[in-house]
Structures are given as C-alpha cells and as structure tokens.
Design a protein around this ligand. Sequence first.
Ligand SMILES: Nc1ncnc2c1ncn2[C@@H]1O[C@H](COP(=O)(O)OP(=O)(O)OP(=O)(O)O)[C@@H](O)[C@H]1O
Ligand SMILES: [Mg+2]
Length: 319
Amino acid sequence: MAERDKDLAEVLAIVNRKGGVAKTTTAINLAHGLSRKLLRRVEASQLEQVKESMGEAAGAERLFQYEDYYYYITGHVLLVDFDAQGHCVRGLGIDAGQADVGDVLSAHQHISQAVISADRSADGYPRPNLWVLPSSDNLERVKEILRRHSYGRNIAQYGLLAGDSEINRELLEVLQDSLGLAVERFSYIILDCPPALDAFTQAVYQFSDAAIVPVKADYFSMAGTDLHLANIQEAQLRGIDIRIHTIIPTFFVQRQRLDQQMFEALKTTYGDRVSEPIPRSQAVAEAPAYGKTIFEMDPTNQNPATAAYQALVDRVFYG
Ligand SMILES: Nc1ncnc2c1ncn2[C@@H]1O[C@H](COP(=O)(O)OP(=O)(O)OP(=O)(O)O)[C@@H](O)[C@H]1O
Ligand SMILES: [Mg+2]
C-alpha cells in the first residue's frame, strides 16, 4: 500500500451501519484527544526562544495563551459531522454557526466559512486546535439533491440511469472538491458517520484513509433468537470496504459473559486491529449534557473510560 503523505490530514471515518453503538461519542473524544496531542506546553523561560525560532507571524498563529501558560500548536483537528442529527456541536457545548456541511457539499459555502472553533476557553475548556464542520437537517436535503443530480447527469450523458458505482464516484468527487482544502490544512480529520449504508456513506468511506468501527454486543437483537456472535459481528462490520484501522468494543461490561465472548470472537477474527474495549460508563453518558468530552468530564486516567479513550487516541497518534 502507498505511504500516506504526511503533509496531508489522516482522514478517519467512524462507522457502523447500526445505530447507537457510540460512533458520535468515539468521534468527539478521539478528535479532542488528538487535538490535545498536538499542543505542547511552553515554559515561561522558553517563550522568547520559541517565538524567535518561529518568526513573528507564525508565532501569533501557533502560540496560544490560556491562564498562566502558553501552548505551542503543532497541528489542528477537524471533526466533520455527517449525521443530520447534528450531535457533534451539542456534545462539545458549542453553537452550530451559520452554515453546515450540506452548504459546503452543495458549494453554497466555502469550507473556510463553515468550519467553527470548538474552543471553550471562556468556560475553562481550552480547545484552541479543535474545529467542527457541523451538520443539520439541511444535509439530508443536499444529499438528495446530489443523488438526483447524479442520476440526471448520467441520463443526459449516456441516456441511462446511473448505477451505484457512477453515483459513488460522483459523490466522492463532491467530497474531494469541497473538503480538499481541509485535507491540506489539518493534521487529522475525523468523520462522524450516520448509521446507514447508502451511496453517500459509501462515498464517505472511499474518501477516508481508514475506518474506526465501534462495535457493541447487542443483547436486544440476541434475545429470543438464535443469533450468534458471528451474526452480530457480520451485521456491524458489513459493507466496510476500506482499511479497518481499529475495531473498538464499546459499552463493555467486564462481568457480562456476552461482552467477554464478543471481545474474544472479535480478536480471533481481527487480531491486533481490535483495541481495548471502552467500558460502559456514567461519565461518558453524562458528558454530552455538559458539552464536555471525557477528558474534560473526568481528566484523570483513574476513570477506566478516560483511560480507554486515551489508549485509542495514542493508538491513532503513534500509529
Ligand atoms: N461507554 C459508554 N457508556 C455509557 N453510555 C455511552 C457510552 N458510549 C456512548 N454512550 C451513550 O450512548 C448513546 C449512544 O451513543 P452515540 O450517540 O455516540 O452512538 P451513535 O453510534 O453515534 O448513534 P447513532 O447511530 O444514532 O448516530 C449516547 O447517549 C451516549 O452518550
Ligand atoms: Mg451518531
């Protein structure tokens, strides 16, 4: 496989066609965790030296002051919300802004106008290098328009209805055109995908370097059926035809036999690609109500959920 260009963002899609498996939770915490990795605290004694080495213009852009400390920003992270429910901004406690990802895909807004800062320094949550491209109901409308355009163009050009692969290719081009600049400017782009497997989501997969797949042991669909673990795995991992970076068991309860079995079964099939599970945790469940990530809700690694999300961040960051 070709080496990734280190000057371009690593684009990771958080995917699972099943709903409620912690895609959005994982996207938010991973994005914030990576942005923290791209901050270096500068000691007061070294400030002048750092400024000098950067030059004045770069210094203003790359140095961030919070309370008594300076931070040197080594890169930026963009969280793109591809789910019309628009949960990403709410989970981070910020306002949605004027434009959304639908406006960018339909070329009504330039991406630089639509991306908003996730910084909440004023409330005590500095996030100087975390950015969000928010979503709203508008995205559904735009997806439908793009789909129809694609059909229309194919009929005009070839006198036939577009097949899936033509539509996929056109949607991928739309993504590349509208988000291309972000790939050049950011270090990481995290894509929070909806629980779907439509042509648009397929194109989002193709746009990504790799997928991160949260997987949940599903008691509900097991109850009263003869479903096997393999079926749950299959149902949640189906249709992902890009490189799987990490499979991450979520809502994990150590003492639940099904959770243990699921973890073992995943490891047997996918080996090293399965990461340590994220435990079911009250702090994780409550954090969005406060607009905080797990690293702000419970910053010490004493909390198993914080430690588990930190381990995922390290896994992505150190590769
Ligand atoms: N480790 C966890 N422990 C407890 N609650 C969690 C955990 N992870 C996520 N949740 C909660 O479970 C719910 C579903 O999570 P989330 O919205 O991240 O899933 P999703 O896969 O993005 O859902 P959808 O498919 O609807 O987009 C949310 O209320 C979230 O706060
Ligand atoms: Mg979601």
